[in-house]
Design a protein around this ligand. Structure first.
Ligand code: AKB
Length: 323
C-alpha cells in the first residue's frame, strides 16, 4: 500500500489548524505537511513540516509537490464571505486561481491522488429554497465568495469527469470551534459570542434576531471532512459538493443556550452589511445525500455545543485572568 502523505494548503485558518492536528494523529507528524502564506504561532505547526506557500504561486506549489510527493491535498486557502466583499477582485482571484493551481497540478503531475476542496452554503442564493434546502435546486449566489464557490464546485466536478481527478467537497455551514479563530465570515458571530460570554458577558451581534443560519460544531466538521476523504471512491456519487448540516439557529437562540450556562449573559443587535449576506443564505439544509452515500451523521446539537465550547474556553480565560 502506498504510504499516504498529506498537504494542507491554507493550514493556519480556522479549519486548517484543527485539520492538521487530526491528520497528524492519523498519518503521523512527518506525513502531514502544513502550508500557508504565513505560519501562525499555534503550537500545532511545530509538530511537523511547514512550508510557506502563497497558493497564487503555482511554481512554489510545484516545488512543494516535488519535495513531499503528497498523495492527498486539502486546499482550504480562500477569502470568506465578508472579507471577499471588501475586495471582490482579489476574492475571485484567490479563490479561483488557487483552485486551478491545485486541480491542474493534480492533472499534470500525477502526484496527487485525491483533492479536498470546501464549498459553502454561500453557493446558494435568494431563490434557493430556504428550508430543507435540497442538494439540487436554484443556486444564485449574491456574494463574490458564493459565486467563486459555485464556480469551484462545477470546476471540481469537471476535473473529475474530464480527467478522473478524485475531487471531494462539502458545502460547509458556519463552523464553530474553540481552538482557532475564524477569519472574515458572516457566521463568525456564533464563535465570538462564546468569547464575549466568558469575558464581558455581553455580545453585540452584527445580525438581527430571527436570522436563522445552518451551523456545525468543529468536531462534527472534522469528522465529515475526514469521512468523505476516507470513503471508497464509489461511494462519492456527487463530485460538485455535498450539502452538509449540523444544526440551525438564530442569534437569540444561541444566546438563550448560553444563558442556560451563564444566566447573566445578554445580547444586543447592531446589524451591518453582513445582514444582507446572511439573508441570501438558506436557513436549514437537507443533507440526506451525505447520509445515504457515505454515512454522515452529526453528533452535536446547540446545547451540547454550548456546553462544550464554554467548558473548553473557560480555562483559557481563567489562565489569562491569573496572569
Ligand atoms: C462564511 O460565513 O463566509 C463562512 C461560510 C458559511 O462559508 N463561514
Amino acid at each position: 500500500m502506498t504510504k499516504e502523505t498529506v498537504l494542507v494548503i491554507g493550514s493556519c485558518g480556522q479549519l486548517g489548524t484543527e485539520l492538521v492536528e487530526s491528520l497528524r494523529e492519523i498519518y503521523g507528524d512527518a506525513q502531514v505537511v502544513a502550508s500557508d502564506i504565513k505560519k501562525s504561532d499555534n503550537p500545532v505547526f511545530e509538530g511537523g513540516p511547514f512550508e510557506d506557500l502563497d497558493i497564487l504561486d503555482a511554481d512554489r506549489l510545484g516545488e512543494i509537490l516535488q519535495k513531499y510527493k503528497p498523495t492527498q491535498v486539502y486546499h482550504l486557502a480562500a477569502l470568506l464571505s465578508a472579507t471577499a466583499e471588501k475586495n471582490p477582485e482579489f476574492g475571485w482571484k484567490l479563490n479561483m486561481e488557487g483552485l486551478f493551481h491545485v486541480l491542474n497540478a493534480a492533472r499534470d503531475t500525477g502526484i496527487i491522488k485525491r483533492v479536498y476542496w470546501p464549498s459553502s452554503i454561500a453557493a446558494f442564493g435568494p431563490n434557493t429554497e430556504r428550508f430543507n434546502t435540497p442538494q439540487y435546486g436554484a443556486m444564485d449566489p449574491t456574494t463574490i465568495y458564493g459565486i467563486s464557490k459555485l464556480a469551484g464546485e462545477l470546476y471540481a466536478q469537471y476535473y473529475f469527469n474530464r480527467w478522473g481527478i478524485d475531487t471531494r467537497s462539502l458545502r460547509y455551514p458556519g463552523l464553530i470551534g474553540y481552538k482557532s479563530a475564524p477569519g472574515g465570515g458572516t457566521t463568525d458571530y456564533a464563535v465570538s459570542i462564546y468569547h464575549d460570554a466568558l469575558t464581558t458577558e455581553h455580545h453585540t451581534c452584527f445580525l438581527k434576531p430571527g436570522t436563522t443560519l445552518p451551523m456545525l460544531y468543529m468536531p462534527d466538521a472534522l469528522k465529515a471532512t475526514l469521512d468523505i476523504m476516507h470513503a471508497p471512491a464509489e461511494q462519492i456519487k456527487i463530485r460538485s459538493s455535498y450539502n452538509l448540516a449540523g444544526m440551525s439557529f438564530a442569534p437569540e437562540e444561541i444566546a438563550a443556550s448560553i444563558t442556560k450556562e451563564i444566566p447573566s449573559f445578554t445580547i444586543s443587535y447592531e446589524p451591518d452589511y453582513r445582514q444582507a449576506i446572511a439573508d441570501s443564505w438558506p436557513a436549514v439544509i437537507d443533507d440526506t445525500r451525505a447520509t445515504e452515500d457515505w454515512g454522515w451523521k452529526p453528533q452535536f446539537d446547540l446545547d451540547a455545543m454550548t456546553k462544550d465550547m464554554l467548558k473548553n474556553l473557560k480555562p483559557q480565560y481563567s489562565a489569562e485572568k491569573a496572569k
